[in-house]
Design a protein around this ligand. Structure first.
Ligand SMILES: [Zn+2]
Length: 143
C-alpha cells in the first residue's frame, strides 16, 4: 500500500510543467519579427499620395469655402479668395423680418450675416471674379 502512492503521484507532476513553456516561447519568437515590417510598409505608401496631389475643383463646384481651382482668366492654379455679398436670400431675410415687426433697423440683420449672403470667389493672382455662389438658388455661376 505505501508503494502505490509514490508511483501514482510521480507521473502526474512532470507532464504538466515542460510542454506549455517550450511551445509558447518558440511561437512568440517566430511571430515578432514580421509584424513591424508589414506595418511600416503600409504607413509609408499611404502617406505619400496625399502630399503629392492637391485636389483641384472645377469653378462650377465652388461653394462657400475657398478652394483650389484653375482660374479661367489667367489659367493659374489658385486658392480662391471669398467675399460675401448681399443677394436674393439676404433681401428675403430683410423682408421676412420686416413683416414680423422688426421695423427699427432690426430687419437689416441679414445684411451682416454671412450665412444668408452670396459668396464671390476671386482669383488672388489677377483679382478677377471666378465664380459666384448664389445662396438662394444653391447654385454657382461662373463668370
Ligand atoms: Zn486669375
Amino acid at each position: 500500500m505505501p508503494e502505490k502512492t509514490p508511483l501514482n503521484s510521480t507521473p502526474v507532476g512532470p507532464p504538466n510543467d515542460p510542454p506549455p513553456y517550450t511551445s509558447t516561447s518558440a511561437s512568440t519568437n517566430a511571430r515578432v519579427p514580421p509584424a513591424p515590417n508589414t506595418s511600416n510598409t503600409m504607413y509609408g505608401s499611404a502617406a505619400a499620395p496625399c502630399l503629392l496631389s492637391p485636389t483641384i475643383y472645377p469653378p462650377e463646384t465652388l461653394r462657400t469655402k475657398p478652394a483650389n481651382t484653375i482660374c479661367p482668366h489667367c489659367h493659374q492654379s489658385v486658392l480662391t479668395v471669398t467675399k460675401n455679398e448681399g443677394g436674393t436670400a439676404t433681401i428675403l431675410g430683410v423682408v421676412a423680418l420686416y413683416l414680423c415687426g422688426w421695423h427699427h433697423g432690426g430687419c437689416l440683420i441679414p445684411c451682416c450675416l454671412p450665412c444668408v449672403q452670396d459668396v464671390n470667389h476671386l482669383c488672388p493672382n489677377c483679382n478677377t471674379r471666378i465664380a459666384k455662389f448664389d445662396r438662394f438658388e444653391q447654385s454657382t455661376v461662373v463668370k
